[in-house]
Design a protein around this ligand. Structure first.
Ligand code: BES
Ligand code: MN
Ligand code: ZN
Length: 476
C-alpha cells in the first residue's frame, strides 16, 4: 500500500474518499465535495450528526465513488487521538475495497494531522497473519492524503509506522520461532547497524551471572546482542530491551492458563531492534547503542533454582527467590555491560517486567522509573508527542530496603507489595551514576483485542516504544 500526497490530477483514479465532519460544522474540504454529490450540504444525512465514532456512507453512481463521512465531534475539542480513532476505523471498513485508491481529506485544525492520520492508517493495516491461510487482504493500493504539508511528512510517518509494524512482526512470532538466533539474523540484515553477539561462553567469561543463570536450562542458544548505529565520535545513548523469548517462569513455574502470552516477553528487545532499523531507515544523525539480552526461561534438571546466588557483571550479587523474576537478572548484566563499555550519556530500558505494573496502570500507560528528573521530563515530552504514554512510579530508598538480602547484596523479588517499583529499584543498582529511565511495558506491549474504536492497535504486539524512542532520539 502506497501513501502519497493527493493532487487533483489523481481525482479520476480515486474510488473512495474519507471526509471529516464535525458536530458543529463541516470543514471546507468536505463541503467542496458537493461537486461530487449534493448530499453533504443539503442536510439529508439520515441522522448523521458528526459525533465522534459516527460514519455515513454515500455512493455517487455518477462518479462511481464512495464517500465516507467520519464524525469528529466538536471542532474545538478535536484531538490527535480522535483523528487516529476515526481515520483508522474508516480505513478498516474500506480495507476490502477492490483496487482501492482512497483520497483522505483532513479537517485542517491541528498541526500534526498529516503525520497522525498516516500513522493511524498504516498501523491499522497491520495484522499478524503469516500463519493463517485466510490472509488480511487489503485491496487498497493507494492512500492519497490531501494536505498542505510537504510529501516528506507523509513519507517519514510511513517509515515510522513500518518500523512499528516490523517490531510487531518480530514480537508476535511464536516462541519456538522468535528465538535469540532469529533476533540475531534479523538484526544483521539492518543496513548501517553493526551487530555483536555474545553467547553462554561469553556470559561465563565476562561474569554475567544473571544471563548465565537464566539461560542455563534454555534449549535455544541464548545471546546478548549489541547493536550500534551512528557517528562514533559522539557519546551514545544506550537503549536496552528485555528479550525473554518465552517465560515459563522456570522452576518457579507459571500457571498454565495464559502462559502462551509469555511469548510476548520479548517485546522490549523487539522494540530495540525496530528502533535501530528506524534510525537507519531515516538516517538519523545520532549515536545509539541497542542491547538485547535474549534467552528463554525454562525449567529443567540443570535450571537455576530459587536459593541460587548470582554474581552480575558489575560485581553485585543477587539472591534468586523466584526464577520467574528473571527479567531483572538478565537486564542487570545487559545494563551494567553497556554502562561500563560505552559510557553512554543516558540509558533507557524497556521491559515487560512485572504483572504488578499492569495491575497498577492498566494497558495504556507504561510505568516510568529512573534516577534523573531531567531525563524523565524529556521522556515525558517525547511521550506526549508520540502518544505512547508513561506514568511515573517511585523507587526511593524504602523500595531499596525491600530488596535487601541476608545472604547476597539484593534479592530478586521484594514480595507482592510495590512489585513494579521493587523491580525498578533492583535495576537501579546496575546503572551507576548514568542518567537512566526504566519503562515497564508489561501492560502496553500487547493487546488482547482491538480496543473500542482503536483500529490502529490490532490484537497482538503493539510495537510500543518505537515511536517514543524515535521521538526522544530525534529531538535530543
Ligand atoms: N514477564 C513477567 C511479567 C509479566 C507478567 C508481564 C504478566 C506481563 C504480564 C515477569 O518475568 C514475571 O514473571 N514477573 C513476576 C515477578 C515476581 C515473581 C516478583 C510477576 O510479575 O509476577
Ligand atoms: Mn518471569
Ligand atoms: Zn518475564
Amino acid at each position: 500500500m502506497e501513501f502519497l500526497k493527493y493532487s487533483s490530477n489523481q481525482s479520476k483514479d480515486v474510488t473512495a474518499i474519507i471526509a471529516p465532519a464535525f458536530e458543529d460544522s463541516v470543514p471546507q474540504q468536505t463541503k467542496s465535495l458537493d461537486k461530487e454529490t449534493s448530499v453533504i450540504s443539503t442536510g439529508n444525512k439520515q441522522g448523521f450528526s458528526g459525533k465522534k465514532g459516527e460514519t455515513f456512507d454515500i455512493f455517487n453512481p455518477n462518479t462511481g465513488k464512495r464517500i465516507m463521512l467520519i464524525g469528529l465531534g466538536k471542532k474545538g475539542e478535536l484531538s490527535d487521538e480522535t483523528l487516529r480513532r476515526a481515520y483508522s476505523s474508516a480505513f478498516s471498513s474500506l480495507k476490502s475495497l477492490p483496487n482501492g485508491v482512497v483520497q483522505v481529506l483532513l479537517p485542517d485544525v491541528l498541526p500534526g494531522e498529516t503525520k497522525e492520520v498516516t500513522f493511524a492508517i498504516a498501523l491499522a493495516a497491520y495484522e499478524f497473519d503469516r500463519y493463517r491461510n485466510e490472509k488480511n487482504r487489503i485491496r487498497i493500493k493507494k492512500v492519497l492524503i490531501a494536505t498542505k504539508s510537504p510529501e516528506g511528512t507523509i513519507r517519514e510517518a510511513k517509515v515510522v509506522a513500518d518500523a512499528v509494524n516490523f517490531t510487531r512482526d518480530i514480537a508476535n512470532l511464536p516462541p519456538s520461532v522468535g528465538t535469540p538466533t532469529l533476533f540475531e539474523k534479523t538484526a544483521r540484515k539492518i543496513e548501517g547497524v553493526s551487530v555483536k553477539a555474545f553467547g553462554r561462553n561469553d556470559f561465563i567469561r565476562l561474569g554475567m551471572g544473571g544471563l548465565e543463570g537464566v539461560s542455563r536450562a534454555a534449549r535455544e542458544a541464548a545471546k546478548l546482542l549489541i547493536l550500534e548505529y551512528g557517528p562514533r565520535d559522539k557519546k551514545p545513548l544506550l537503549i536496552v530491551g528485555k528479550g525473554i523469548t518465552f517465560d515459563s517462569g522456570g522452576i518457579s513455574i507459571k500457571p498454565a492458563e495464559g502462559m502462551d502470552e509469555m511469548k510476548f516477553d520479548k517485546c522490549g528487545a523487539s522494540a530495540i531492534v525496530g528502533t535501530m532499523k528506524l534510525l537507519s531507515d531515516l538516517k538519523v544523525d545520532k549515536h545509539v547503542i541497542g542491547i538485547a539480552p535474549l534467552t528463554e526461561n525454562l525449567p529443567g534438571g540443570n535450571a537455576y533454582k530459587p536459593g541460587d546466588i548470582l554474581t552480575h557483571y558489575n560485581g553485585v550479587t543477587s539472591e534468586v527467590l523466584s526464577t520467574d523474576a528473571e527479567g531483572r537478572l538478565v537486564l542487570a548484566d545487559a545494563i551494567s555491560y553497556g554502562v561500563k563499555n560505552f559510557k553512554p550519556s543516558a540509558v533507557i530500558d524497556l521491559a515487560t517486567l512485572t504483572g504488578a505494573c499492569v495491575v497498577a496502570l492498566g494497558s495504556n500507560y507504561a510505568g516510568m522509573m529512573g534516577n534523573d528528573d531531567s531525563l524523565k521530563n524529556r521522556i515525558k515530552k517525547a511521550s506526549k508527542n508520540s502518544w505512547e504514554r508513561v506514568w511515573e512510579l517511585p523507587i526511593d530508598s524504602d523500595f531499596q530496603d525491600q530488596i535487601k538480602s541476608k545472604v547476597a547484596d539484593i534479592k530478586n523479588t521484594g514480595g507482592r507489595e510495590g512489585g513494579a517499583e521493587t523491580a525498578g529499584a533492583f535495576l537501579s543498582r546496575f546503572v551507576g551514576d548514568t542518567p537512566w529511565v526504566h519503562l515497564d511495558i508489561a501492560g502496553t506491549a500487547w493487546t488482547h483485542k482491538n480496543g473500542p474504536g482503536r483500529a490502529y492497535l490490532p490484537a497482538g504486539a503493539t510495537g510500543y516504544g518505537v515511536r517514543l524512542l524515535y521521538e526522544f532520539i530525534r529531538t535530543e
